[in-house]
Design a binder for this molecule. Structure first.
Ligand SMILES: NC(=O)c1ccc[n+]([C@@H]2O[C@H](COP(=O)([O-])OP(=O)(O)OC[C@H]3O[C@@H](n4cnc5c(N)ncnc54)[C@H](O)[C@@H]3O)[C@@H](O)[C@H]2O)c1
Length: 112
C-alpha cells in the first residue's frame, strides 16, 4: 500500500486531499497543528485503519516512521486575514516547513 503524508490535513484543501487519497487506496498520514484548521473536517476518517493523524507543527523537525512514498505540503494559513494576524508563522510554514518536509522526502526517497 502506498503511503502519503498530507500536511494541512485539517484545512480546506488538505482535508479533501485526505478523502481523495483514502478513496484511491493509500495509507494517509494527515499532519496539522490546527492553527487555522478544524478536526471536524477529518473526524470521519479517524475510525479508518488507513488513516492516522499527527498533531504536529511542520516548522519543527518532522518524523514519520517506516516508508513514505509521497508528501503533499498544504499546511499554511490561506486567507489575507490570517496572514495579517500571524505573519511570522505564515512565513515559517512556507520556508522552514518546506525545508523540513524536503529533508524528510530526501530521507525517505519520497516524491514531494
Ligand atoms: N483555498 C484555496 O482556494 C487555495 C487556492 C490556491 C492555493 N491555496 C493554498 O493552499 C494552501 C492551503 O490552503 P487552505 O485553503 O486549505 O487553507 P486552510 O487554512 O484551510 O488549511 C491550512 C491548514 O494548514 C494548517 N497549518 C498551518 N500552519 C501549520 C504548521 N506550521 N504545521 C502544521 N499545520 C499547519 C492549518 O491548521 C490548516 O489546517 C495554502 O498555502 C493556500 O495559500 C489555497
Amino acid at each position: 500500500m502506498k503511503k502519503i503524508l498530507i500536511t494541512g490535513a485539517a484545512g480546506f484543501l488538505g482535508s479533501h486531499l485526505c478523502d481523495r487519497f483514502i478513496k484511491e487506496g493509500f495509507h494517509v498520514i494527515g499532519m496539522d497543528n490546527l492553527i487555522t484548521g478544524d478536526l471536524e473536517n477529518i473526524k470521519h476518517l479517524f475510525p479508518l485503519e488507513q488513516f492516522e493523524f499527527h498533531h504536529h507543527d511542520v516548522t519543527k523537525f518532522v518524523h514519520v516512521s517506516g516508508k513514505l512514498d509521497y508528501i503533499l505540503h498544504f499546511a499554511s494559513p490561506a486567507s489575507p486575514i490570517d496572514y495579517l494576524k500571524i505573519p511570522i508563522k505564515t512565513l515559517k510554514v512556507g520556508s522552514l516547513g518546506t525545508l523540513n518536509l524536503l529533508g524528510l522526502a530526501k530521507e525517505k526517497g519520497a516524491e514531494f
